[in-house]
Design a protein. Structure first.
Length: 444
């Protein structure tokens, strides 16, 4: 029997556990459907913890809502990304008065785009105006966008505690293929249940480095959850997890681009799928420039590699990047009965969708949420499993399915495997091909 014939994987939870999980997942979906107060609360909590912890622990940001957009957009404080060589920058003179180079340590030497930082405080409006003047002078420029994980401004969509769906087991598809997960890194504690056996961490998820230290930080466990999804569907593939986020779980256009390029370069000569469960919108009509450059570099240098990215949780036809860049496969979310999830982005740019409501996967040890709320404190023990919802958890399923198909056929490229995966499947308008892999959790 082929691997594909085993999909979707069965749901092995007892009726009692399923009912318990259903309650948690209902709450997650409610938050993902909610704008306004939940977003404001999350952003203010992140900012307050940054101030409490001191600069250097988190990623200070400015926030704004572009004209005509329903999205709250975040950008790194006082920073621009420009696409110009040093000679061209030197010619810009007064347009860059007050700015100085601020590329992050360890940036990829493949990168052409540069980060500039204003020496003093700069409002979001002033940063956008500076970028606009540079574009008028013929230099691509924009704010250094914060690149959220799928739920960062959707409030408290916390994971729920659940049980393992099945013991770890290989499926015999052992032709070499790698899935690189660019995310929060992996939890530092090794598991004893074999689900992280052989997973390589190129960056550790710090979990709880910002006060209060008795609670895990925002977005802890996101990379571990994604890795567990891949291991369920493609247990025999190589899994390498990269961290692009700061201690508070936020990353930038620049840091995401660096890790995308590093993931591709590290796998030179291998069949590669890169999973990007994060994204940022265009600002003033300009997509994130550093990620745009990274995607173009990977496409040109490693044409057989595949980038799979989450479509985002705005519940609208609002392109998110890198998912909406040409050559990247955008993945939306469905409910457990394969109908569109209300929170999922959709549109002609979305290639396929899979279940993104109540996905079960590996999680990290610790106490959530980051701020105590009456009746919601949950402690995750070692070898924890969780339910979580969002398009962040649909992209790894597609990445894994592509890897599994490649594992059965040494001649299959990831690009060809993706085409094979979606061929002949039913489609949903705005959600692309319907691919059923993990069962998810019904909410009713």
């Amino acid at each position: 029997m082929t691997i594909a014939a085993q999909w979707p994987l069965p749901d092995t939870r007892t009726p009692a556990q399923l009912e318990h999980d259903r309650q948690d997942v209902r709450g997650q979906v409610t938050v993902l459907e909610t704008d306004g107060a939940a977003q404001e609360s999350t952003l203010e909590s992140i900012r307050a913890r940054q101030v409490f912890a001191g600069r250097g622990r988190g990623l200070p940001f400015v926030r704004f809502t572009p004209n005509g957009s329903p999205r709250i957009v975040l950008a790194a404080e006082n920073q621009l990304v420009v696409d110009a060589d040093p000679q061209r920058l030197a010619q810009l003179g007064g347009l860059l008065a007050g700015y100085e180079p601020a590329d992050r340590p360890g940036r990829s030497d493949r990168r052409r785009t540069r980060v500039l930082r204003y020496a003093q405080g700069r409002s979001a409006e002033a940063l956008r105006a500076d970028a606009r003047r540079l574009r008028q002078a013929g230099v691509p420029a924009n704010v250094n966008s914060i690149v959220p994980l799928g739920y960062v401004i959707k409030g408290s969509s916390y994971p729920g505690l659940t049980v393992a769906p099945r013991p770890f087991a290989t499926n015999g598809a052992n032709q070499p293929v790698r899935v690189a997960i660019v995310d929060t890194g992996m939890a530092p504690q090794p598991r004893t249940d074999a689900w992280d056996t052989g997973v390589v961490a190129k960056g550790t998820d710090p979990l709880n480095v910002i006060e209060p230290l008795d609670r895990n930080d925002w977005f802890s466990g996101h990379g571990t959850f994604g890795a567990g999804i891949v291991r369920q569907i493609a247990p025999d593939c190589e899994v390498v997890v990269y961290r692009f986020t700061a201690a508070d779980g936020l990353g930038t256009d620049e840091s995401a681009a660096d890790m995308l390029i590093r993931a591709a370069d590290d796998a030179a000569g291998k069949r590669l799928v890169i999973n990007a469960s994060f994204g940022a919108p265009a600002v003033d009509g300009v997509p994130p420039l550093a990620m745009q450059e990274a995607v173009a570099y990977i496409s040109a240098t490693y044409p057989d590699a595949l980038i799979v990215a989450s479509a985002g949780n705005d519940g609208r036809d609002l392109p998110l990047y890198p998912a909406a860049f040409p050559g990247v496969k955008a993945v939306g979310a469905l409910t457990s009965d394969l109908t569109p999830a209300s929170f999922s982005n959709r549109g002609s740019w979305v290639h396929c969708s899979t279940v993104g409501v109540g996905i079960v996967s590996t999680f990290v040890e610790g106490l959530l949420p980051p701020e105590p709320r009456i009746g919601t404190d949950v402690h995750f023990a070692p070898d924890a499993w969780a339910t979580w919802s969002g398009t962040s958890f649909t992209a790894p399923q597609i990445s894994a399915a592509v890897a599994a198909l490649c594992g059965e056929d040494a001649t299959l490229t990831p690009q060809a495997a993706f085409d094979q995966l979606i061929a002949g499947r039913p489609t949903v308008n705005g959600f692309g091909a319907v691919v059923h892999l993990l069962p998810g959790t019904p909410t009713s």
